[in-house]
Design a protein around this ligand. Structure first.
Ligand SMILES: NC(=O)c1ccc[n+]([C@@H]2O[C@H](COP(=O)([O-])OP(=O)(O)OC[C@H]3O[C@@H](n4cnc5c(N)ncnc54)[C@H](OP(=O)(O)O)[C@@H]3O)[C@@H](O)[C@H]2O)c1
Length: 324
């Protein structure tokens, strides 16, 4: 099998689902569905850990999308440690991602070491630059301030910063230690990806971006595909409260295929060869899993059309380049 020509060659193990994988450079296999682990405001740790356990033991998730910024890595580490000790799970069968936040833009290995320590593992399958931004370094008694702000509540950007420095440092860590198997980026635009490729002569394994029917990212996804970059969809359900599942067209399609609205979204992303990262802190919901269907191309088109003309973003940070 020639893996270099198409990174999204799917290796079927149990049909399209949690154990189906695409290939990252170097033959690293990435499961197509990963559990999002951002912590909901007011969330309860016990609920989070129960949901994660349900995902790993009952729903067959093998891919966890974590980040230093989410402040959930120590809870994930606790659950993993317990399952590894009880031999219910093997580290080698899991795909674990973490991300470096822009306050560590110039010293990402510090952040990486925090993540590995909290997750209680000694390597990541994928380490991602969370945002192409460089925040000023402000330390406090709890560690590093994630988003330093000025008197107007704007993020304080380090004027000497360059987001490509972070990416280069991640490559150095990958090449000189065994701590990372693959390096990716997140929230990169096409010009940023082009600059990265031109100036470093490398291709990031993934670009993780907000992607759902109201933000189908058609041009960006096409660019990534033509350059061998896997696209990962974050906030696939529209984030808090899952507003995407309430779109009338999605509900109608779900009824016509006799599945749930969430199944339409998961199948829509898989059909577009996009890795999806849904989050839920509801163990019962997670245990139900998803139903995999053969979504018609015409229906994919209809969903694409929803947001192609007037896209809607749910994660709109003030430091994001699209606010420029
Ligand atoms: N790279 C980045 O900059 C970035 C930014 C944002 C997110 N992310 C990643 O992407 C992941 C997912 O995005 P997200 O956390 O914004 O949210 P999301 O997955 O789009 O939506 C989560 C919401 O959907 C609800 N939900 C989940 N399954 C449902 C179902 N079957 N029916 C009804 N409601 C359902 C959840 O409620 P319950 O908890 O009650 O189930 C929660 O309120 C994050 O956790 C994180 O890992 C990355």
């Amino acid at each position: 099998m020639n893996l270099s020509s198409d990174p999204f060659q799917v290796l079927m193990k149990g049909g399209v689902g949690f154990s189906s994988v695409a290939f990252l450079p170097g033959g690293v296999q990435i499961p197509l569905i990963g559990l999002g682990t951002a912590f909901k405001a007011g969330g309860r740790p016990e609920e989070f850990k129960r949901a994660l356990k349900a995902a790993l033991l009952d729903a067959d998730y093998r891919h966890i999308d974590a980040a230093w910024y989410y402040k959930t890595e120590s809870m994930i580490g606790e659950v993993l440690d317990d399952l590894f000790l009880k031999k219910k799970l093997d580290r080698r069968n899991l795909f674990i991602t973490s991300k470096v936040w822009p306050c560590f833009w110039n010293d990402p290995e510090i952040s990486l070491n925090h993540s590995l320590h909290d997750l209680r593992i000694d390597y990541l399958d994928l380490y991602i630059q969370h945002w192409p931004a460089c925040f000023a370094k402000v330390d406090d008694e709890f560690g590093r301030v994630a988003v330093p702000t000025d008197s107007r509540k704007n993020a304080v950007i380090d004027p000497s910063g360059d987001y490509l420095v972070t990416y280069r440092k991640l490559l150095d860590i990958k090449n000189s230690t065994g701590k990372i198997k693959a390096v990716g980026v997140s929230n990169y635009s096409i010009p940023m990806l082009q600059r990265l490729m031109d100036e470093t002569g490398t291709i990031p394994a993934v670009n993780q971006v907000e992607l759902h029917p109201y933000l189908p990212q058609l041009e960006l996804a096409e660019f990534c595909k033509s350059n061998g970059i896997i696209v990962e969809a974050y906030s696939p359900l529209g984030s808090l409260g899952a507003p995407i599942l309430k779109i009338p067209l999605i509900k109608e399609m779900a009824a016509s295929y006799n599945v749930m609205p969430v199944d339409i979204i998961i199948n829509y992303l898989l059909k577009r060869e996009i890795v999806c990262l849904p989050r839920s802190s509801n163990a019962e919901r997670i245990k139900k899993g998803f139903t995999f269907i053969d979504l018609k191309d015409a229906d994919v088109e209809k969903i694409n059309n929803l947001g192609a003309k007037s896209p809607k973003r749910y994660i709109d940070k003030i430091w994001a380049y699209w606010n420029d």
